[in-house]
Write a protein that binds this ligand. Structure first.
Ligand SMILES: CC(C)(COP(=O)(O)OP(=O)(O)OC[C@H]1O[C@@H](n2cnc3c(N)ncnc32)[C@H](O)[C@@H]1OP(=O)(O)O)[C@@H](O)C(=O)NCCC(=O)NCCS
Length: 158
């Protein structure tokens, strides 16, 4: 398995996953915007087969997991968990205090994955997600990260 920085050459594969995953998928422009903004974004491949992707806006106060997706036929094999763990480590290393995310209230598999990796439900955003018809509420989830990992790794050398 290989983790690679998400770049423009991965857009077709990522869009394919996004379109099979979401009732109102992100567009190519949404993904290009993330790349232009320099968000932390990885893709996961196995023997050149594209498996999935994840995107996170990292900041010292609070990182925000913006999207994660695994190809339909590769789900349930532990890849989502591996990719999300990479995101958590990256945020920790960069000194984030927590990660937050939103998840559609009907998205049980994603909710379970987040719960398994230590995210807790902290609220709800009404009508947050667009649907082909109408809108859907989102749970907001948060995970506190280990304090001081960045300072231990980079600054505290004595
Ligand atoms: C959510 C998603 C990323 C999970 O990826 P995955 O590779 O299938 O998940 P994993 O195999 O790593 O599973 C890890 C854990 O997630 C939970 N989980 C995953 N699929 C699940 C399912 N169908 N039902 C219940 N729990 C599930 C379980 O807790 C699982 O741990 P376990 O195997 O010990 O029970 C994947 O289903 C996906 O791409 N969905 C479409 C896109 C999406 O909804 N993204 C989230 C947007 S907020």
């Amino acid at each position: 398995m290989e983790y690679i920085y998400f770049d423009y050459s991965h857009l077709d594969n990522v869009l394919e996953i996004e379109e099979e995953s979401n009732p109102f998928p992100w567009t190519e422009l949404n993904f290009r915007d993330c790349l232009e903004k320099g968000y932390y974004a990885l893709v996961l491949q196995r023997d050149k087969t594209f498996i999935g992707f994840a995107i996170m806006a990292i900041s010292s106060e609070e990182s925000h997991l913006l999207n994660i997706g695994i190809k339909k036929e590769e789900r349930g094999l532990g890849y989502g968990e591996k990719l999300l763990n990479k995101m958590i480590i990256a945020a920790e290393v960069m000194g984030s205090k927590k990660i937050i995310l939103e998840v559609r209230i009907s998205n049980k598999s994603a909710y379970k994955l987040y719960e398994k990796l230590g995210f807790e439900e902290i609220g709800m955003r009404k009508n947050y997600y667009r649907l082909p018809q109408g809108r859907e509420d989102a749970f907001v989830m948060s995970k506190s990260l280990k304090k001081g990992i960045a300072s231990k790794l980079f600054f505290n050398r004595n």
